[in-house]
Design a protein around this ligand. Structure first.
Ligand SMILES: Nc1ncnc2c1ncn2[C@@H]1O[C@H](COP(=O)(O)OP(=O)(O)OP(=O)(O)O)[C@@H](O)[C@H]1O
Ligand SMILES: Nc1nc2c(ncn2[C@@H]2O[C@H](COP(=O)(O)O)[C@@H](O)[C@H]2O)c(=O)[nH]1
Length: 216
């Protein structure tokens, strides 16, 4: 009979992480999020609630929970958000839902949120938060990405370019900064951060049996 110890792979147990991606609009958070979610089964997207109307191709419940102003107000009154903020002309928020319980069970969550939301998450739960700021290679590249994406009106794109300076001014508040010039290279870097952070000693909550025995 096979030795049981060779059948199960020894693993450390740990708390989950709040893995945050922020950037000026158009720098590539959604692109990186989709790649991470496709490549890593251990991380789940925190689906935000927004009063912004859906863009072409966006699906309610998958990309966002799209709600009216009245519904968002009601959720604020009922204290249903982990964090929320005004971004551009709309409101966006992270529903509390299953996050606290998930973290205890070792579930990692991916957040595509702005600097205001990031600050609020750090105030609530500094130990579990890891933040990455994505920078475009230049402002010209950022504009070109928003125009090529072709999902927002010229007026909205101008508004987002005006807000870019404000968003970028918060880059130093983040744990990591990565330039998204080449998509694949940027993805490798973001994934390396995620992998390294999972192994951080301070996140570990349990020792594998032989280490525990040694420590007793
Ligand atoms: N490294 C890159 N090189 C060229 N184009 C890119 C790169 N990364 C992303 N893009 C493209 O730029 C556009 C904007 O990317 P994306 O939607 O991921 O940005 P975002 O930061 O999520 O924006 P928003 O905050 O508005 O949701 C998309 O069309 C995407 O395909
Ligand atoms: N503070 C929060 N910011 C959020 C949340 N969900 C998204 N966002 C940010 O809003 C802008 C615009 O997003 P878009 O989808 O309209 O382009 C972008 O910076 C997102 O990161 C949230 O729950 N809280």
């Amino acid at each position: 009979m096979a030795d049981q110890s060779t059948l199960s792979r020894p693993n450390l147990s740990r708390r989950g992480m709040l893995f945050i991606l922020s950037s000026p609009s158009g720098a590539g958070k959604t692109t990186m999020s989709h790649k991470l979610l496709g490549a890593d089964e251990e991380i789940k997207l925190s689906v935000s609630v927004t009063t912004r109307p859906p863009r072409e191709g966006e699906v309610d419940g998958i990309d966002y929970h799209f709600v009216s102003d009245t519904k968002f107000e009601e959720m604020v009154r009922n204290d249903e958000f982990y964090e929320w903020a005004h971004v551009f002309d709309h409101r966006y928020g992270t529903p509390k839902g299953y996050i606290r319980q998930g973290l205890k069970e070792g579930q990692d969550f991916l957040f595509d949120i702005d600097w205001q939301g990031t600050q609020q998450l750090y105030q609530k739960d500094q130990q579990d938060a890891v933040s990455v700021f994505l920078l475009p290679p230049s402002l010209a590249a950022l504009r070109s990405r928003l125009e090529t994406r072709a999902l927002d009106s010229a007026e909205v794109i101008e508004g987002r370019m005006r807000r870019a300076r404000d968003e970028i001014s918060h880059w130093a508040e983040y744990d990591y900064v990565v330039i998204n010039d080449d998509v694949d290279e940027c993805f490798v870097k973001v994934r390396e951060i995620l992998h390294a952070e999972r192994m951080k000693r301070t996140r570990q909550t349990g020792l594998i049996p032989f280490v525990r025995e040694l420590m007793e």
